[in-house]
Design a protein around this ligand. Structure first.
Ligand SMILES: NC(=O)c1ccc[n+]([C@@H]2O[C@H](COP(=O)([O-])OP(=O)(O)OC[C@H]3O[C@@H](n4cnc5c(N)ncnc54)[C@H](O)[C@@H]3O)[C@@H](O)[C@H]2O)c1
Length: 333
């Protein structure tokens, strides 16, 4: 006999962001209520964040609060006035390259802000906190594919260091206060409504404008590109299965990779975008950027064992969907 799922009240931080807006949409579609939080900062065009929010605001189960994670009083008040069945924490200062020039944004949002989320969850005994970590925690790891059991003690950007710090902080709270936390190490996420600072977005814009694209490390890079619908599917499945201790006496704490597990050469990735656009790129070959890593490749066995799912959308399909959205959103032919 099928039992009815009780609708949940879920806090989604970063709800105006790329991944957060998709996750909120999926939660609303299955009947959950969502409180979306975002500070709508201008790291990239806030109009895109507002447009993502407008799509959510049509849904009766959605409410939005504009708040900065680093605002200790505001965050404490939020957790004091709302009761959440689950928290999906996706707000953060993202981007590896920006962390070289703007370290404070990462300290404020990703460390202080993350601490405030943990404190809020502790204060109200939230049933499960799911939060975004990143493949960047693997740093210059050369053992492929990257597995959750690999040592990740040598980050090569402050962004990566804050994400690893989040995992350590979450473990401490799970250990001390017994509430379940699950970290998801996202591997380069792409798709409709995607981030304008990411390579696929920059490449698409430049190719359509007939401008050269910057190809770092002379194209000798491999990335595990993960389609947004696979990410949202994984996030919801993980939310519905609160972390349990891995062994007797351990904390209810888990960390999983979530990636396509099929790394693609950067030059093949560019060819895929060219095919979808029907237009060739002008390539400008450049050296490796500081903070970047040459390859990412996710082992997803642990995720599959835990929730019976791992990403698998083929790149050509996902890029095709992205390009269709891009043309419609930016009204270009
Ligand atoms: N997109 C990827 O490829 C990728 C890969 C690895 C990890 N991640 C992580 O996934 C999460 C979501 O990423 P995304 O691609 O959707 O990024 P995004 O920048 O589109 O979304 C993040 C949102 O958080 C908000 N935000 C940032 N700082 C805030 C603060 N101090 N207070 C309140 N809101 C704040 C931003 O305004 C933004 O809307 C982030 O934690 C990111 O680090 C993303």
């Amino acid at each position: 006999m099928k039992t009815e799922r009780k609708p949940q009240h879920v806090l989604v931080t970063g709800a105006a962001g790329f991944i957060g807006s998709h996750v909120a949409e999926r939660l609303l579609a299955r009947g959950d209520r969502v409180l979306g939080l975002d500070n709508l900062n201008d790291y990239y065009d806030p109009a895109l964040k507002q447009a993502r929010l407008r799509r959510l605001e049509g849904s009766p189960g959605f409410r939005f609060v504009r708040l900065d994670l680093a605002d200790r009083t505001g965050m404490a008040e939020l957790f004091a006035t709302e009761r959440f069945d689950g928290v999906i924490h996706l707000a953060a200062q993202a981007g590896v390259r920006y962390s070289i020039t703007h370290p404070n944004a990462y300290l404020d949002s990703n460390l202080t802000g993350f601490g405030h989320v943990l404190e809020g969850c502790r204060a109200q005994g939230v049933a499960h906190l799911v939060y975004a970590s990143s493949s960047s925690v693997y740093g210059g790891n050369t053992k492929m594919p990257f597995a959750e059991t690999d040592a990740v003690d040598h980050p090569v950007s402050l962004y990566a260091a804050t994400k690893k710090a989040n995992e350590l902080m979450a473990h401490t709270y799970s250990h001390l206060y017994g509430f379940p936390t699950t970290g998801l190490r996202f591997f380069t996420v792409y798709g409709p409504w995607g981030r304008p600072d990411m390579a696929y977005h920059l490449f698409t814009r430049a190719i359509l404008a007939g401008e050269p694209i910057s190809v770092f490390n002379h194209g000798d890079m491999r990335r595990d590109f993960t389609y947004i619908d696979d990410i949202t599917e994984g996030v919801l499945r993980v939310l519905d299965k609160p972390a349990t201790p891995e062994r007797m006496g351990a904390a209810p704490y888990r960390v999983f990779n979530i990636g396509n597990s099929e790394p693609v050469q950067l030059l093949d990735f560019i060819r895929c975008i060219e095919n979808a656009l029907g237009k060739a790129a002008v390539r400008q070959l450049l050296p490796m950027q500081p903070g970047d890593v040459p390859a990412t490749y996710a082992s997803t066995q642990a995720l599959r064992d835990w929730v019976g799912f791992a990403p698998s959308t083929p790149l050509a399909e996902g890029i095709g969907n992205f390009v269709r959205w891009y043309r419609a959103y930016y009204r270009c032919a």
